[in-house]
Design a protein around this ligand. Sequence first.
Ligand code: FES
Length: 248
Amino acid sequence: MNLTLRIWRQRSPEDKGSMVTYRVEDVSPEMSFLEMLDVLNEDLILRGEEPVAFDHDCREGICGACGMVINGQAHGPERTTTCQLHMRHFSDGDTIDIEPWRASAFPVVKDLVVDRSAFDRVIQAGGYITAPTGSAPDAHATAVPKAAADYAFEHAECIGCGACVAACPNGSAMLFTSAKINHLNVLPQGAPERESRVLDMVSAMDEEGFGGCTNTGECTLACPKGIPLQSIADMNREFLRASTKRGR
Ligand code: FES
């Protein structure tokens, strides 16, 4: 199929940026979205033009590095990562708008690449445990209730791609932050930092300039791993519990 792409081009963080139109031809429906961009970039390089910068690593829906707004939707029309989106979801003759994540806490580095290090700083504030877990057999010595294990796994699926922030009209990172807090707070190994974790990570999230949650639910709809909206309510409950306990 032949497509028209309107892509956000921005040379540097200081550059104003604009949408630039390109044509790509003979795109296979079996290609991934990133492979389609590879084809465009090969063509641009052959023509002596600057290729489009975009982030990616695993291309298997695991690392969370890829991510762009496609036709106004974070990661495009499917509930998956951009690298796992395939061109069969588009039609011959389509015009596709491609933009970087739009959020003040995720400044554009170049073209479709944004700086998501704000997420790293939220994790650094409390997304860890200090309990020695030892080797795998030792870890089994601490019994974890099945319901808690399932809950922890569900929330640990978050790959930190940032689609929740990009989809939210407030640029809120509460779905990401709640997933990272909840998956540790529910486990016995995460109990020693249960209060400090939620207080410090929420504080870091606010300091990074993410917006607040107004329950629009766009975050959970855009999340490629299906982190539920309930996660935010659970984090708020943890925050209230910790604040009361610490007298804050
Ligand atoms: S490149 Fe790793 S999730 Fe897409």
